[in-house]
Design a protein around this ligand. Structure first.
Ligand code: FES
Length: 106
């Protein structure tokens, strides 16, 4: 099962066993990662699941879809490596993926 790592602005590190096919957001909510509110429940309609993808992983997680891109405009301080964590589906080649919760969200 792939491992998923969340880093928080307070320096906390969450290492989660994230089943294939689940979204990064679902795993964050399940493990109470602070700052991932996921108000819309994963419908790509709230931007409260915004994360920064570690630079080493951006090629593998890929580019946001146009709908996600539009939603990211509503996120706090979006950066080129911003994604909505409800749009990242776990799979074996994302084993070790590192996501950071933006400071303003936590
Ligand atoms: Fe609302 Fe991801 S949970 S956009």
């Amino acid at each position: 099962m792939p491992k998923l790592v969340f880093l928080t602005p307070e320096g906390e590190r969450f290492e989660i066993d994230a089943p294939n096919g689940t979204t990064a957001m679902e795993n964050a909510v399940k493990h109470d990662v602070p700052g991932i509110e996921a108000e819309c429940g994963g419908a790509c309609a709230c931007a409260t699941c915004h994360v920064y993808v570690d630079e080493a992983w951006t090629a593998k997680t890929g580019e946001p879809e146009p709908m996600e891109e539009d939603m990211l405009d509503f996120a706090y301080e979006p950066q080129p490596n911003s994604r909505l964590s409800c749009q990242i589906k776990m799979r074996d080649d994302l084993d070790g993926l590192v996501l950071t919760v933006p400071a303003q969200q936590a």
